[in-house]
Design a binder for this molecule. Structure first.
Ligand SMILES: [Zn+2]
Ligand SMILES: [Zn+2]
Length: 169
């Protein structure tokens, strides 16, 4: 391949790739809306569960949050202790405040009415009782975006919903 062909090929690749992917592959930094300098791609998470994530440009061609802010917003599921990254779907199950359940580190409390506490949990098939328990999403900068679960939606609309049972492999 001649150098001209090579450049054309690279250029074609660059022009037909999402801008973020090109910037990420070049290791270029940007300043996210949160005010911090960041690369477009990086590895985040606690020592035992590091994941590669890609940022996406939102307003003004910038990502909303830097990799560090996203890492700092990563929590753990109250029940299985696996990580929950921003934008992951979540469950909201409760436990009695009788000392029977002791939450671990990085666990997020959604609600505590004195008698019981509702915790943010993950929707992994071996953790959530059913996919129909999806109660919302974990969002930046560290809050629950509540959505009605498919069962709540069904009760509100009075219509039948068929939900895949994710509690069994
Ligand atoms: Zn930041
Ligand atoms: Zn879990």
């Amino acid at each position: 391949m001649s150098i001209v062909q090579w450049i054309k090929k690279r250029l074609y690749g660059f022009l037909h790739y999402p801008r973020e992917a090109v910037l990420a592959s070049l290791g270029i930094q940007t300043t996210a809306e949160c005010g911090h300098k960041t690369k477009w791609r990086g590895i985040v998470g606690p020592y035992d569960d590091r994941r590669e994530i890609n940022l996406h440009s939102e307003k003004n061609g910038k990502p909303d949050y830097c990799l560090k802010c996203i890492e700092n917003t990563t929590i753990r599921c109250a029940w299985c202790n696996e990580i929950i990254l921003p934008n992951d779907p979540i469950t909201l199950y409760g436990a009695e405040n009788d000392g029977g359940f002791v939450p671990k580190k990085w666990v997020q409390i959604y609600n505590n009415n004195g008698k019981s506490t509702t915790y943010v949990g993950c929707l992994r098939w071996d953790c959530a009782e059913t996919g129909a328990d999806r109660a919302g999403f974990w969002r930046m900068p560290g809050k629950v975006e509540r959505h009605p679960t498919p069962i709540e939606e069904c009760l509100n609309s009075g219509e039948m919903v068929i939900v895949e049972n994710l509690s069994k492999p």
